[in-house]
Write a protein that binds this ligand. Structure first.
Ligand code: ZN
Length: 422
């Protein structure tokens, strides 16, 4: 049985705190933690002195584009990009072509994802064919191995929402919603605000997100749990905070771009800044940071959305929505949250590992304790490096290229194996 000893790292557990410890990994699990562990015979040793050792990051919002857009990304390239970004597990969104909406497709792509460097999990379409017209066969999708339901890319339909919430809850799987009132988005491609006016582009008003968030929160208060994806607004995190105070069964995520950028950063008609929801105002960005710090936001996910360069070259009006994020999530979180003094390392471990593990029911992930899966993310808090223009991902649509960041992955360990080492 292969074993691996990680020595001298600062080990960060989201519940127990941080301490200098060695970690022995054996048979795909964490075997022991102690200040000093003597390497057993034949054991591989990795010196993690100066590194932060986190439980493997779990990205609950990833588009791997297979099937349908393999020129932008595949399961294989997404898993390698994840490993390079310190992400040991990812939940894939079902808005592929065809949509992941049948048990047969979920089984087929789960088989194709087996053995890749990061664990890829699948969410399945909540409505048949992601059409919004009728509910999918949720129990068949669960039996095929889906871990969550969502129509991401589209908002869950109003008429089916309460029924979907109840059925997902009865099956014990999370229901995730992309909160967007499309009638308010209209032809909008950028946040309605100064950047839209300056560039002469049609704006997306805040109520396109807020109305759907309010609708979802109210539905949850009556029917059961719902998880809100990629929140970007001061008003939506405010509504989530108020709903939580009332004890409603709601959780929410945001993405690194919403707390590191705003529409004030959009200087030209460059579609590497185009995503949904759009980059909002500087005040919204500050409100999202506050919501991360005060626990209104439960988790941070990348919403990794790769697109071919030729499509993104079309500018805001013609290009598809979305930016890549697997390889920049860790350094953006470390630089903008931890090193900026807004949250502790323990809180980061909660946001990117423990809470996503809980949402997805991954009981042996999210912590660094004996018996848990040997998934580890080792980050270097000292070395400054600019985001390169080339990525492991097949796509390079990132607004962060050239930005100096700290907290880059030094090594990634998934299921006890070193899947990335810089
Ligand atoms: Zn979405």
């Amino acid at each position: 049985m292969q074993s691996l000893l990680i020595k001298n790292g600062l080990v960060i557990d989201p519940v127990c705190g941080e301490a200098l410890n060695d970690i022995l990994l054996k048979g795909g699990r964490i075997s022991r933690l102690a200040r000093r562990i003597k390497p057993p015979p034949g054991c591989q040793v990795f010196d993690a002195a100066g590194l932060w050792v986190f439980p493997g990051f779990i990205d609950a919002h990833v588009h791997a584009r297979e099937p349908g857009a393999e020129a932008a990304e595949t399961l294989e390239s997404a898993a390698r990009a994840a490993a390079a970004g310190g992400i040991t597990a990812a939940l894939l969104m079902p808005n592929t072509s065809p949509a992941l909406a049948t048990a047969a497709l979920v089984k087929k792509y789960r088989r194709r994802a087996a053995g890749l460097p990061a664990a890829l999990y699948f969410s399945a379409a909540a409505t048949a064919g992601r059409s919004g017209k009728r509910t999918s066969n949720l129990s068949a999708l669960k039996n095929a191995g889906a871990l969550a339901f969502t129509d991401d890319g589209s908002c869950l339909p109003r008429g089916l929402l309460a029924g979907l919430i109840k059925k997902a809850a009865a099956l014990g799987l999370p229901l995730l919603d992309h909160p967007e009132e499309f009638s308010r988005t209209g032809r909008g491609v950028i946040n309605a605000g100064p950047a839209a006016r300056r560039l002469g582009l049609p704006g997306i008003p805040p109520e396109a997100e807020l109305f759907a968030v309010l609708r979802d929160l109210l539905a949850a208060s009556a029917a059961g749990p719902i998880h809100l994806q990629h929140l970007s607004l001061a008003s939506s995190v405010g509504a989530l905070r108020a709903a939580k105070k009332l004890g409603w069964p709601v959780t929410g995520e945001t993405c690194p771009h919403y707390f590191t950028l705003s529409d004030a950063d959009i200087k030209t008609d460059c579609a590497d800044y185009k995503m949904k929801p759009p980059l909002r105002s500087p005040a919204d960005r500050r409100a999202v940071l506050a919501a991360i710090a005060d626990r209104t936001i439960d988790l941070i996910a990348s919403d990794h959305a790769p697109h071919e360069r030729r499509l993104k070259a079309k500018g805001f009006k013609g290009a598809p929505f979305g930016i890549i994020g697997l390889e920049t999530l860790a350094p953006l979180c470390v630089t903008a949250l931890v090193l900026a003094g807004r949250i502790t390392k323990m809180r980061l471990a909660e946001l990117v590992s423990l809470n996503p593990a809980r949402l997805l029911g991954l009981k042996r992930k999210g912590r660094l304790r004996p018996g848990f899966d040997a998934d580890l993310t080792l980050l270097d808090p000292r070395r400054v490096r600019r985001v390169p223009a080339e990525f492991v991902s097949k796509s390079a649509n990132s607004p962060f290229i050239g930005m100096p960041l700290r907290g880059w992955p030094a090594a990634t360990i998934a299921a006890g194996k070193m899947v990335f080492c810089k």
